[in-house]
Design a protein around this ligand. Sequence first.
Ligand SMILES: NC(=O)c1ccc[n+]([C@@H]2O[C@H](COP(=O)([O-])OP(=O)(O)OC[C@H]3O[C@@H](n4cnc5c(N)ncnc54)[C@H](O)[C@@H]3O)[C@@H](O)[C@H]2O)c1
Length: 251
Amino acid sequence: MEFTGKTAVLSGAASGMGLLTAKCFAKEGGNVVLSDVNPETLQAAVDEVNQIREGCAIGVPCDVRDYEQVCAVRDAAVETFGSIDLLVNWAGGAETRMLNCKGHEFPDTPIEVYDWGLDVNLKGQLHFDHAVMKQMREQKSGVIINIGSITGEEGCQKNVAYSAAKSGAMNGLTKSLALYGGNYGIRVCCISPGPVLTRPGMAKMKTLLGRAAEPQEMVDMVMYLASDKAAFITGVNFLMDGGRNVMRNKE
Ligand SMILES: NC(=O)c1ccc[n+]([C@@H]2O[C@H](COP(=O)([O-])OP(=O)(O)OC[C@H]3O[C@@H](n4cnc5c(N)ncnc54)[C@H](O)[C@@H]3O)[C@@H](O)[C@H]2O)c1
């Protein structure tokens, strides 16, 4: 029970890797604040996590684009459980898929689509980092995990904003906040997944290892980075892509 008495705040926790992180953290004795933009799926997710240990989870609906809503998640976490020991910024997604705006070239895609891509995938993470860092600074402890993507390394003709947000932007954010957080015992890292089977479609993305990742493989890394075993790790991005990024070098 590695996380007994600890509290995790997870954005985008109504599905996929966010929900899985919530379950794993609860199974290890921790409390979880799940937040997501979709209130219905969020409530179902909270109910599932509370089945692991009654009362260990609460849900706070929140659109990561709205800083006040993000602060309300932080405040609910502190009021209910007293501290925030882990933040994982799972909320995100590629704009043309999430907004169902496919089939256009870059200049013909409405600018609002790219605004959404940057607001959710970059500003949303900055919002949560900013709000939660305030609490962690008071505690003089905590771990923040930002979420990048292999798409940031590779570029993407369709999801231009997603790629921009999940690449150097996420690296710069992570390194900058690690520099600041180091003054207060706060570690900040980034995980950049390759294809992960939260959707069957990811199976067709090639990797050096010949498969996509199981969601649990990403969440295992989160659990490691959140633990004291990773107490010397901060300011780095972990590209967990099954070697996809080096495939082009293969002879
Ligand atoms: N699945 C992959 O192959 C893969 C690869 C690289 C990176 N990632 C990243 O990992 C994260 C989680 O991916 P997943 O596959 O578990 O996705 P998912 O779609 O299952 O989960 C993302 C969650 O974010 C929520 N969300 C979307 N917009 C939001 C907003 N404005 N405010 C709050 N919540 C919002 C969604 O409702 C959803 O529950 C995402 O950031 C994704 O970009 C995933």
